[in-house]
Design a protein around this ligand. Structure first.
Ligand SMILES: [Ca+2]
Ligand SMILES: [Ca+2]
Length: 248
């Protein structure tokens, strides 16, 4: 018994000391993981950031259709997290939480998924910003932990089948592990791959069968049900996300 316990203790000691001395290597679910493996100790462990979502869908109509009546964006939901967790990513299947958000705007399932990741140490907080009309903006100030520097957000483009906008794995750190002072990202339109798109800008579509990977809609591609998307790039951008470091 004793030699076994000693062996386990020695293994744990070695594992802990080696993880402190070397870079922390994580299984990555994110393309962008800038600064996540940096050992830059000069940077503060936390930073305040202001997020501003600015929407202007009025300039992002399809090639032949005006924006639909009642057009709006639902509550923006997401988290800041490690590279071993992607809330969503193009080329992968949507989670049940993203499917529900993209199809109905309801955020409860996605929030539960994020809560589970918070419990596992892979995410810090459920981030929620107010939704907007077809034109509008919404902002939020957050405290971000340096060990969880990647930002992911999603908001349903409504009404639509399963189309949404947002960002995935935007690092608030540069390659040297310094907090970025400000950055801006375009808000593209994505198809969650979970609902047929035959009726454009309509909630009354069938569940996708089979479900496919999340893809960015660029106008030149064809959505589920054989629908030609018809966006004229760069009009597949419905807004911008501005991320600014602030001092408090
Ligand atoms: Ca779809
Ligand atoms: Ca569905």
């Amino acid at each position: 018994m004793f030699p076994t316990l000693l062996a386990v203790a020695l293994f744990l000691l070695f594992a802990c000391s080696s993880s402190n001395a070397a870079k922390v290597v994580q299984t990555s679910a994110c393309d962008d993981q800038s600064g996540t493996n940096s050992t830059n100790s000069a940077m503060p462990d936390e930073a305040h950031y202001k997020l501003t979502v600015s929407i202007n869908w009025a300039t992002a109509t399809t090639g032949t259709s005006p924006i639909p009546g009642g057009a709006h964006f639902t509550t923006v939901t997401g988290t800041n997290h490690r590279a071993d967790y992607a809330v969503w990513a193009t080329g992968t299947r949507a989670t049940a939480g993203l499917e529900t958000l993209a199809e109905t705007g309801v955020t409860g399932t996605l929030s539960s998924e994020i809560m589970a990741k918070i419990g596992a140490g892979s995410a810090q907080q459920v981030i929620s910003l107010s939704g907007t009309g077809a034109v509008g903006s919404s902002e939020k100030t957050l405290l971000i932990r340096r060990s969880l520097p990647l930002l992911s957000l999603a908001s349903m483009l409504a009404p639509s089948s399963d189309w949404f906008t947002g960002v995935s794995c935007v690092s608030l750190l540069d390659n040297d592990g310094n907090w970025r002072s400000s950055l801006e990202r375009p808000l593209h339109i994505y198809d969650a791959g979970t609902e047929d798109d035959t009726n454009l800008f309509n909630l009354g579509n069938a569940d996708a069968s089979p479900k496919v990977n999340i893809q960015r809609l660029t106008g030149s591609n064809t959505a589920q049900g054989g629908v030609t998307v018809g966006f004229v790039p760069p009009k597949d951008v419905v807004g911008t996300l501005k991320i600014e470091r602030i001092t408090q």
